[in-house]
Design a protein around this ligand. Structure first.
Ligand code: ATP
Length: 240
């Protein structure tokens, strides 16, 4: 497997607290990979580090075979990696349209960007109808859709998502995940952090389990879903 993203012995710390410890993980081109784990396991820290928001203490991060561990976030976006952070990172006072345009700030093909934004507004009428309203007025689910579409406008090869289902009503979770599956069908590789293990394992090919900063299990998502330990700890069921 040629990895699109490869983390090797990655450690990330906040002062003395090692939130991510010696983590190695790969994501192949075209894969959908999830990272599950309890509150505080270090999942967000890991994703933020890959996205360039935090610097690793040690270890390496390679994207498309190039080291990105010491690059700032904007340089990482330019290389084809986009992060949809926990809490979405929407600019509340800017309009829906302005938020979308920000996703494409590095692109020069303005006509194509305009066309893609028009397509987004058609495909997601809730966004289209509110295109000139402040994004802060959207519902949580609409904001998540906006954050994902904004990230896709940077034309990433790899999309990193931190808890995309958090706080959403079931119908919106479905809409958000169906937009992710569409993006995957369009050729985008996904790395998804989720506390909702059921959701994560049913929408991905492979998964990692993280506990106290370390990866403790790695398998296909189907095998993890059937694993008695995973079922007891993360799916809330005793046995098959
Ligand atoms: P959650 O699902 O609750 O977001 P998580 O698995 O994403 O959990 P992290 O948010 O990465 O976990 O947190 C990992 C550890 O690092 C926790 O002990 C947390 O308290 C700590 N931590 C997170 N952010 C900071 C920070 N900015 N400063 C200090 N400690 C932090």
């Amino acid at each position: 497997m040629t990895a699109l993203l490869a983390l090797n012995a990655l450690t990330v710390a906040y002062g003395k607290l090692h939130a991510v410890q010696d983590v190695s993980l790969q994501v192949a081109q075209g894969e959908r990979v999830c990272l599950i784990g309890a509150n505080g396991a270090g999942k967000s820290t890991l994703l933020k580090t890959v996205g360039g928001l935090l610097q690793p203490r040690s270890g390496s991060i390679h994207f498309a075979s190039q080291s990105i561990g010491s690059l700032p976030g904007h340089a990482i976006v330019a290389r084809g990696l986009a992060l949809v952070p926990e809490g979405r990172g929407i600019f509340n006072r800017l309009s829906v349209l302005e938020n979308l345009e920000l996703g494409a700030w590095l692109r020069r093909d303005r006509a194509a960007v305009r066309q893609e934004i028009a397509t987004i507004c058609e495909r997601f009428p809730r966004l289209g109808e509110r295109r000139n309203q402040p994004a802060g007025q959207l519902s949580g689910g609409e904001q998540q859709l906006l954050a994902i579409q904004r990230a896709l406008l940077s034309r990433p090869r790899l999309l990193l998502l931190d808890e995309p289902s958090m706080g959403l009503a079931p119908m919106m979770v479905e809409a958000v995940f169906s937009s992710l599956l569409d993006a995957h069908r369009g050729g985008i590789t996904l790395l998804l952090v989720e506390q909702n293990a059921q959701l994560a394992l049913t929408h991905t090919d492979r998964g990692y389990v993280m506990e106290s900063g370390r990866i403790t299990m790695e398998n296909t998502s189907a095998a993890l879903h059937d694993d008695p330990q995973v079922r007891a700890a993360y799916l809330g069921v005793g046995s098959l």
